[in-house]
Design a protein around this ligand. Structure first.
Ligand SMILES: N[C@](CCCC[B-](O)(O)O)(CCN1CCCCC1)C(=O)O
Ligand SMILES: [Mn+2]
Ligand SMILES: [Mn+2]
Ligand SMILES: [Mn+2]
Length: 305
């Protein structure tokens, strides 16, 4: 099995400086060496370069849309290449608006895919429902075919066509949804395992039901989009939108272990690590090491040896 690492030092999907340092700190914690040590072949594609976009004024309240559009066009091409090179792509964020390019690029390479979105948030606001204008809260709305009529024409996003069906999406870890997002999730009947279901069913049962649901008809490649803020802030505080009541370290790792065991894991995003936001160096280290451990679990590291 082999991982194609793509650094995406991007922050314009949200207002807080520092998340663009995510790739550096994750690499710096030894991700590649640790993957190789556990027998995973690694191709490091390096970090993408995202040139400054001038005059990027809000469009209908959506902030930095030109920068987000340009960055994700580049990311889509990079992920598509990693996939055609035969790797499981690993996008190191950067903020969660990067899922637009990552999932689009993955879909360009494998056609039909399913998505497991692990996050405190649904990130499914449309340009019209967003209350912040931050695009890291919107990526899923640009990707779902069922929402295509809700997305206006936006600069630097004409390259993007929706590439995912609501039936092929599962959320795990939700605990901070906006009312409009809840409406959309219910309208589209999206499968959601919020923290309520994690508590009631336990993570093992959540993962069994997730995998049964996604592979019910045909086994599609799985795209895991992992927002570090899905994990409880007591473990991973160095992130832009922390929400109490999150996944334990063990639950977070178990999700990755289970998806690895399906043999269907085809692309991974690890986003929203912001080393400038931890209350102290130990908190940043805990956040970064957890991110690394989640990725190692995606590629076969097993706690039971
Ligand atoms: N839903 C939010 C948060 C998005 C988080 C993005 B992620 O998951 O990538 O970290 C929050 C909007 N919410 C509105 C009411 C007041 C509090 C914030 C938004 O900005 O749309
Ligand atoms: Mn989140
Ligand atoms: Mn997110
Ligand atoms: Mn965040």
């Amino acid at each position: 099995f082999s991982a194609g690492i793509i650094g995406a030092p991007f922050s314009k999907g949200q207002p807080k400086r520092g998340v663009e340092q995510g790739p550096d700190v994750i690499r710096g914690a030894g991700l590649i060496q640790k993957l190789q040590k556990q027998g995973c072949a690694v191709k490091d594609y390096g970090d993408l370069h995202f040139p400054q976009v001038e005059d990027d004024d809000p469009v209908g309240g959506v902030k930095h849309v030109r920068a987000v559009g340009r960055a994700n066009q580049r990311l889509s091409e990079a992920v598509k290449k990693a996939k055609t090179d035969g790797h499981c792509s690993v996008v190191l964020g950067g903020d969660h608006s990067l899922a637009i390019g990552s999932i689009h690029g993955h879909a360009s390479a494998v056609r039909d895919l399913s998505v497991v979105w692990v996050d405190a948030h649904a990130d499914i606001n449309t340009p019209l429902t967003t209350s912040t204008g931050n695009m890291h809260g919107q990526p899923m709305s640009y990707l779902l075919r069922e929402l295509v009529s809700k997305i206006p024409v936006l600069p630097n996003l004409s390259w993007l066509q929706p590439c995912l069906s609501a039936r092929d999406l599962v959320y795990i870890g939700l605990r901070d949804m906006d009312p409009e997002e809840s409406f959309i999730l219910n309208l589209l009947e999206v499968k959601v395992f919020s923290m309520v279901q994690v508590d009631q069913l336990g993570v093992a049962r959540v993962m069994e039901e997730t995998c049964d649901y996604l592979t019910d008809k045909v086994k599609k490649p799985i795209h895991l989009s992992y927002d570090i803020d899905a994990i409880d802030p007591s473990v991973t505080p160095a992130t832009g939108t922390p929400v109490v009541g999150g996944l334990t370290y063990r639950e977070g790792v178990a999700i990755a272990e289970h998806l690895c065991q399906t043999g269907l894991l085809s692309a991974v995003d690890l986003v929203e690590v912001n080393p400038l936001l931890g209350p102290n160096p130990q908190a940043v280290q805990s956040t970064v090491h957890t991110a690394v451990d989640l990725l190692l679990a995606c590629f076969g590291r097993r706690r039971e040896g």
